[in-house]
Ligand binder design. Structure first.
Ligand code: PLP
Length: 396
C-alpha cells in the first residue's frame, strides 16, 4: 500500500468539495420513503430549490440522476420529434447537449462558435427573426469546458426582440447556486443543474426548474418519455413522494447544503465566487498565461480554463498535479485536450483554497516545462484577496 500523507486537493469543476456538515447529514440510516412524515423532508426541498433558481411560479423536479438526466427530461417533456430548435456549440457540454437534441430527433439549427466565446446573442436574434417556426432556444449558461459564462438575460432580450414565442432552455449545471441565476426574471422556461457542483453534494440528483409555460407545453408534447414524465412526478411530488425510490441520503445532504447557502445568503455566495475567481484570474495573468475565455465578458466565476504555453502539454500538467502534488485539475476536453487545463473554483472553498490551487498549478506547470516564475501567480492573488478583504479594493 502506498502511504500518502495529508489531504488531497480537488480543483475540478465538479464534483466539488462536500462540506463536512453536508457529509454528516447524508450519514443517515435508510428510511421509509413512503412514510407519512417523508414529505416533511421533501416538500421544503422543492420550495427551497425554487429560491435558488429564482423561480416563484412553476415547479422544480428532482430526479435520481446527473445533470444529463435533467437535459433529457427538459427536452422529452416539452418537445415533439422534428421540432426546430436553436442551439449553439462552443465547448464540450454545449456540444453534448446538441448531440442529445439531434439523437432525440429534433431539427437542430446550430451556431458553431469559437471555443472561448459563448452564446452568440446577435446570431440568435437574427435566426429567430428569420425562422419564426423555431420552437425552442437553448443556451449553456456556463460552459465548463472553456470557463465561459454567457448572458442569459441578453438571450431573453434577443428572443423578445424577435417576437419569439419559443421556450428557453438553459444549462446551469456549473452556474446555479454559484453564479447569479434568475430563472423567472430572465424568462427561462427550463433550467437544468446537478447536485455535484454549486449544491456541494455528490452526483446523483438532477434538478430541473420548470416555468408555468413549459408545464403547459408538456401537456401536448408528444416525445416518448417514461422515467422522466412530468405527469408521474407531479402526481407524487405534490404530496411529497416520488414515482420511484429516491436517493434519501442525498435529499438529507441537499437539506444541509441549502441551509448553508441560505445562511451565507445567495448574493454573498455569488460575490464570494466572483472574488475567488478574480484572484485566480489575476494569478494566471501574473504568470504570463492566457485564459481560454476570449474576453472579459466571457469570464466564468466558477471555472478558469488556462491555455498552456505551446510547448507544454496540458495533460502532463494535470498528471503531474495529481501524481506529485495530490491535486486534481480539470483537463482539456476533446477539441482543447492538451491545450488547456482548468481550475474549478466553485462550491465550498475560500481564498486559501484558491491560493493552494495556484501554488499547485505553478509547480505542475513548471515541472511540465513552462517558463514561469514560481510564486508570481500566488502573490498576485494574495495581493488582491488582501486588498478586497481589507476593503481597499472592490471585487471587480
Ligand atoms: N452541462 C455542463 C455545463 C456541465 O459542466 C456538465 C458536467 O460537468 C453537464 C452538463 C453534464 O452533467 P452531468 O455530468 O451531471 O450529467
Amino acid at each position: 500500500m502506498t502511504v500518502r500523507n495529508g489531504a488531497t486537493h480537488l480543483f475540478i469543476p465538479g464534483p466539488t468539495n462536500v462540506p463536512e456538515a453536508v457529509r454528516r447529514a447524508m450519514n443517515v440510516p435508510m428510511q421509509d420513503h413512503r412514510a407519512p412524515d417523508f414529505p416533511d423532508l421533501t416538500l421544503p426541498l422543492f420550495e427551497d430549490l425554487k429560491r435558488v433558481l429564482g423561480l416563484s411560479n412553476g415547479r422544480v423536479f428532482l430526479y435520481p440522476g446527473s445533470g444529463t438526466a435533467a437535459w433529457e427530461s427538459a427536452i422529452t417533456n416539452t418537445l415533439n420529434r422534428g421540432d426546430k430548435v436553436l442551439m449553439s456549440r462552443f465547448g464540450q457540454f454545449s456540444h453534448l447537449w446538441v448531440d442529445m437534441a439531434e439523437r432525440l430527433g429534433l431539427d437542430v439549427v446550430c451556431v458553431d462558435v469559437e471555443w472561448g466565446k459563448g452564446v452568440p446573442v446577435a446570431d440568435y436574434e437574427y435566426l429567430l427573426t428569420k425562422e419564426p417556426d423555431i420552437k425552442a432556444v437553448f443556451a449553456c449558461h456556463n460552459e465548463t469546458a472553456t470557463g465561459v459564462t454567457s448572458d442569459i438575460a441578453a438571450v431573453r432580450r434577443a428572443m423578445d426582440n424577435a417576437n419569439s414565442d419559443a421556450l428557453l432552455y438553459v444549462d446551469g449545471v456549473s452556474s446555479i447556486a454559484s453564479i447569479d441565476f434568475q430563472q423567472e426574471a430572465w424568462g427561462v422556461d427550463l433550467a437544468v443543474t446537478g447536485s455535484q457542483k454549486g449544491l456541494m453534494l455528490p452526483a446523483g440528483l438532477a434538478v430541473l426548474g420548470v416555468s408555468d409555460k413549459a408545464l403547459e407545453a408538456s401537456k401536448t408534447a408528444t416525445m416518448p418519455r417514461c422515467y422522466f414524465d412530468f405527469v408521474d412526478m407531479i402526481k407524487t411530488n405534490d404530496v411529497g413522494y416520488f414515482p420511484y425510490t429516491p436517493p434519501v441520503p442525498l435529499l438529507h445532504g441537499l437539506r444541509a447544503s441549502l441551509d448553508l447557502l441560505f445562511a451565507e445568503g445567495l448574493p454573498r455566495v455569488f460575490e464570494r465566487h466572483h472574488r475567488l475567481a478574480e484572484g485566480v484570474r489575476r494569478g494566471v495573468h501574473a504568470l504570463g498565461l492566457e485564459l481560454r475565455a476570449r474576453g472579459l465578458e466571457w469570464y466564468s466565476d466558477t471555472v478558469t480554463a488556462i491555455d498552456v504555453p505551446e510547448h507544454v502539454d496540458g495533460v502532463e500538467v494535470c498528471r503531474i498535479g495529481y501524481d506529485r502534488y495530490r491535486t486534481s485539475f480539470g483537463g482539456g476536453l476533446t477539441k482543447v485536450a492538451g491545450k488547456v487545463f482548468r481550475i474549478g473554483h466553485l462550491g465550498d472553498l475560500n481564498e486559501v483554497s484558491c491560493l493552494a490551487a495556484l501554488a499547485a498549478a505553478e509547480m505542475s506547470l513548471a515541472d511540465a516545462g513552462a517558463d514561469i516564475e514560481l510564486g508570481a501567480g500566488v502573490a498576485a492573488a494574495q495581493e488582491y484577496y488582501r486588498k478586497v478583504n481589507a476593503g481597499i479594493a472592490t471585487a471587480t
